[in-house]
Every structure is written in C-alpha cells, then in structure tokens.
Design a protein around this ligand. Structure first.
Ligand code: GAP
Length: 475
C-alpha cells in the first residue's frame, strides 16, 4: 500500500465534503437560506485551487502551444445559436416527478442507480420515454427521496436555462445561458481567422461558466447548475490530417495532463467509448476519460469528433460563410473539429479526492505544489515574542510578493501544521530563537522548513528561501 494512503473507499466522499467546508474550499450554495440544490460557493482556499487548475489548463493547452489561441465569448449569445447547434431540440433529458414529494429526477439516473445499488449494470441511453416508463413500472423503482412508488409519466425537459433580455418577458426577448462554451468558439471562428495568423490545424481554447438545469443529485461539485467549462475546438482539414491519429494525440495529451499536472494515479482512470445510442447527435466518435470517484467510474473529460457539424449549421442559420481557404493551395472548405471538453469543478473534485491522504493521525492533501492554494505558510514559534513575530512578518511579506503564502500565529506549532496539511500547503516555515541568533549560533538567520508529505524538517537560510521554494514548486 502507498505510504499514507490507508483510507477505505467508504466515507471518502463524506470526508472530502466535510474537509472542504471546514477549511474553506467549498461551501453548500445559499446555505443561510436553507440551501439551493446542486449549487456551491468556493471559499478562500477553494477559489485558489480552482483558479490554479484553470491556470494550469490554460498554460498547458493554450499558452504553451503554438497551434492554439484563446477566446472569451459571452455567456448570453443570440438565441439562434442554440437552435443552430441543436441544443434547443437536443439538450433534453427525460424526467419523472414523484407525486408524493414532488422530487424530480432524470429517469435514466433513477433506473441506473436502482440497478447499481443491486450490483447490476444497465444502460438506458437512447431509450424512448415509454420504454423508460416501462422499466420503472416493471421494477417498481421507488423515489430515492421519500421512498414512495408514485411517479408521473416520463417527460422531456430542456436543460438550457432560459432568461429574457430587456424588461418584458416576451417570446422575442427569450435568450439562454450558454449550455456549453463550445458554441462561442464556432460563432467567432470567422473573426479569429480574420484577426490572427492561424493556419490549420489549430485549436481555440475557452474557459468560462456554463449552465445546465441539472435536477438530479449532483454528488458534491461533480454535477452542478453552473460550472467552469474548459473546452477546445481543434480545427483541421480532414483530407490532410487523419482524424483518428489526431484523436489519439488528444487522448494522450488529456491523459498526461491528469496524471502529470494534476497528480492523479493512472489506475484510477480509464477510457470508455460511447455506443451509437449514447453518442451525441453531432459526434462521429466520443470517448470519456473516466475517474474512479467514490460513487463509481464517472465521466471526467469528454473527447468528441464533431466533424463539420457545428460550422455547417451556423452557416445555414446565419447565412455567413464560415469556410476556410488554404493560403497555399487556395482550397476552400469547412474544417472538421475534435473537441476535448472538461469541467474544472469536476477536475477539482477529482484532484481533492486523489490528494486526500491519511497517515496515522495525520491528514493531508498531497496536492501537486503548483496547485496548492498556498505554497508555504510562515509561523513565529511563539506569538507573544515580538522579535520572533517581527522577523516572521518580514519574511512573510517578502515571500508574499512572489507566492501565495499563509500566515499563522495561533495555537501551537502542531495545530498550525495540522491546519496547513489539510489545505495542502507544501511547506511550513518557522522562525525560532535560532533564527534570531539566540540559540545555536550556526543557525542564525536560518528557519526550519517542514515538508508536508514527509514531515521532515531542514534549515534554510532566509536569503535562500525564495530560491528554495521556487525550485520545489515550479520544477
Ligand atoms: N461541448 C461538449 C460538452 O459540453 P458534455 O459531455 O456535456 O460535452 C463536457 O460536457 C464536460 O463538462 C463533462 O465531461 C464534465 O466534465 C463537464 N460538465 C458537464 N456538465 C456538468 C455539470 N452539470 N456540472 C459540472 N461539470 C459538468
């Protein structure tokens, strides 16, 4: 067994949810008003972790690649965008409502969870409402909320959130909050071609909020009403680039990111290909990278070959030519696209679960240092000795200009270590009497630096601290 990983699977989710609230990663949404299902607030350290994952994604997939550019499009787009993309007709779920307690749930989730609880597996993707109804009735599947068996018939329900532009909620003013960031990329395709020097193959990356009216239980931040999506549309000429090769390259890049940049063990990951019934209307091949969450292997990151579906649809609906002209051959055509699409919040849930470590009494988040909310914490050994506090404050403010650094002078050192371990701070720096030159003379101007993962301590000269941390964090 890996050192320090002695947690039984049972209860891991509960431990993460509790730690997330206790330490300020994630709070239940609108809690003082009794909560709002499937919504969360990201607390002081949670916002840092989420942002670090976003920054890492942006660095690896946009900034450090010469075949990629970025985009930040609107959340509210012209309503025709969603008609063209097929989401108004297609982003629908089959729902049932319990007549007893009025809980609404997705019929496919209700059925799949019922069978999963019995240790059986069933796939109902692509089944019609009447077929879903028949399964619920035949197996007498009860409401997971109140335990009664009294359902309405299965009905289609659109996941797009509707709102209105202007003060009068008329049909003409209806708009949608975007259900995916992808469409913003397709509708800006011409402007990107006209304003930059990109040549095929190239990709456009976008990070931002997407919204879906999810009404089944979301499993913490795994499935939420609003989430930070990170999507890439990678455009290519299908006559020049073999889509299968490109597809495999993207699989490799996604896998590398999760295992190397997010520090997740490969044996907790797998690929699963969508069958004909499950695959979205626009895709020729879709595979999900799945992570072994405590509630089972679930979709983490989707990879779809969307062909030229979206650009062609937007050409039809807008009347604008979105084709590409090869500058060398003059060939004019509509590019095809491969799309890796992930939710940052889902990556964050996985990263916290994968990092959670128990070592005897010690609990720590073994986060990759780049992702840790604080890179170091600075403590004076005693809070009531002004000389220790002053020097520790100086070190803290010097380091703070370069890294996110925490300060703690409460309680004893053990408690401070405990708190920093639980938020994944890789290094704790303590200013003691030796630092002041009041103990071992050779240790004057050195501090103890304690390593989160090993618990070992070493003395580092205060003038070398910045270099020391930099080498360990951005290796
Ligand atoms: N543009 C394609 C698309 O949006 P998707 O499989 O519906 O495909 C892509 O979503 C990714 O977005 C998922 O793999 C997941 O990581 C994330 N995601 C989707 N719905 C989500 C939700 N309600 N809450 C959190 N993340 C979500």
């Amino acid at each position: 067994m890996e050192k320090g990983k002695n947690i039984g699977e049972l209860g891991l989710m509960e431990k993460i949810v509790s730690l997330a609230k206790r330490r300020g990663f994630v709070f239940p949404g609108s809690e003082i008003y009794g909560g709002l299902a499937n919504s969360y607030e990201y607390g002081p350290v949670g916002v840092e972790l989420k942002k670090n994952i976003q920054d890492e994604w942006w660095r690896v997939f946009v900034r450090e690649r010469s075949d990629m550019v970025g985009l930040d499009s609107s959340i509210i787009l012209h309503p025709k965008v969603w008609e063209a993309s097929g989401h108004v007709a297609g982003l629908v779920d089959a729902m049932v409502e319990c007549k007893e307690c009025h809980a609404r749930t997705r019929a496919d989730h209700l059925i799949e969870n019922h069978f999963e609880a019995k240790g059986e597996k069933i796939s109902v993707e692509g089944k019609l409402e009447a077929e879903l109804d028949a399964i619920i009735q035949e197996h007498k599947i009860k409401c997971p909320t109140c335990g009664k068996f009294d359902w309405t018939p299965v009905r289609k329900f659109n996941l797009l959130f509707e709102t209105h532009v202007g003060i009068v909620p008329e049909a003409q003013s209806k708009v949608y909050l975007r259900g995916e960031t992808a469409q913003g990329i397709f509708i800006s395709f011409k402007n990107i071609l006209d304003s930059t020097r990109v040549r095929l193959p190239f990709g456009v990356g976008q990070l931002g909020k997407s919204f879906r009216n999810e009404i089944t239980k979301g499993n913490f931040i795994f499935r939420t009403l609003e989430f930070e999506q990170a999507e890439i549309e990678y455009f290519f000429d299908p006559e020049e680039t073999d889509w299968k090769t490109l597809y495999e390259q993207w699989k490799g890049d996604m896998w590398k990111f999760v295992t190397e940049n997010l520090g997740v063990a490969a044996d907790a990951l797998r690929w699963r290909e969508h069958g004909d019934e499950e695959r979205s209307f626009y895709s020729k091949r879709t595979e999900d990278m799945e992570y072994k969450f405590p509630f089972g292997f679930k979709e983490l990151w989707g990879l779809a070959y969307r062909t030229d579906y979206d650009l062609t649809q937007h050409m039809k609906f807008s009347g604008v030519d979105l084709s590409y002209t090869d500058p060398t051959s003059g060939k004019k055509f509509v590019p095809h696209v491969i799309e890796p699409a992930v939710g940052i919040n889902r990556l964050m849930a996985m990263t916290m679960l994968a990092a959670y470590t128990e070592d005897g009494d010690r609990v720590y988040l073994k986060l990759p240092p780049r992702l840790a909310p604080y890179k170091a914490a600075v403590f004076p050994l005693l809070a009531n000795k002004p000389a220790l506090v002053d020097l520790a404050r100086q070190i803290h403010s010097r380091l703070q200009k370069k890294f996110p650094v925490a300060w703690d002078d409460r309680g004893n050192i053990g408690k401070r270590y405990y708190a920093q371990d639980e938020i994944g701070t890789p290094f704790c720096i303590t200013v003691d009497f030796d630092t002041l030159g009041e103990g071992d003379a050779e240790k004057k101007n050195t501090v103890t630096v304690r390593d989160r993962d090993t618990g070992t301590q070493e003395r580092v000269h205060i003038d070398k601290l910045e270099e020391f941390l930099h080498g360990k964090i951005y290796y």
